[in-house]
Design a protein around this ligand. Sequence first.
Ligand SMILES: [Zn+2]
Length: 110
Amino acid sequence: MNPLRRNAITTRPRGDGHPHWCARDHSCTAYTMPTGEHRSDLLVWATDYGKFIATRVRTRTGKDRIELRAVVRLDANQRTAHGQAQRLVVGMDLAVRDALRAARTTRRAA
Ligand SMILES: [Zn+2]
């Protein structure tokens, strides 16, 4: 997958207190809100089913997370669409769990 927007992860540090991947725009609330957080540019991939969107986030206390969103076209038939929606939710949960488990295994092996 190639993101449609620039990859914020490759931006250079500027020494302004933001992580190097922070978008440094209105989406970053780290220094403007009591519970603010740094947010990367949206990384958007066009897919054959719709879009996949990722955003990296760091809280003011330094806790990192990634927010993932899939935009998926569902079938016009409501019964089929319901089945697709159920499978997508379960499948995404399993994919996240599998990726996290694989990362832990890789880290231990290194
Ligand atoms: Zn920031």
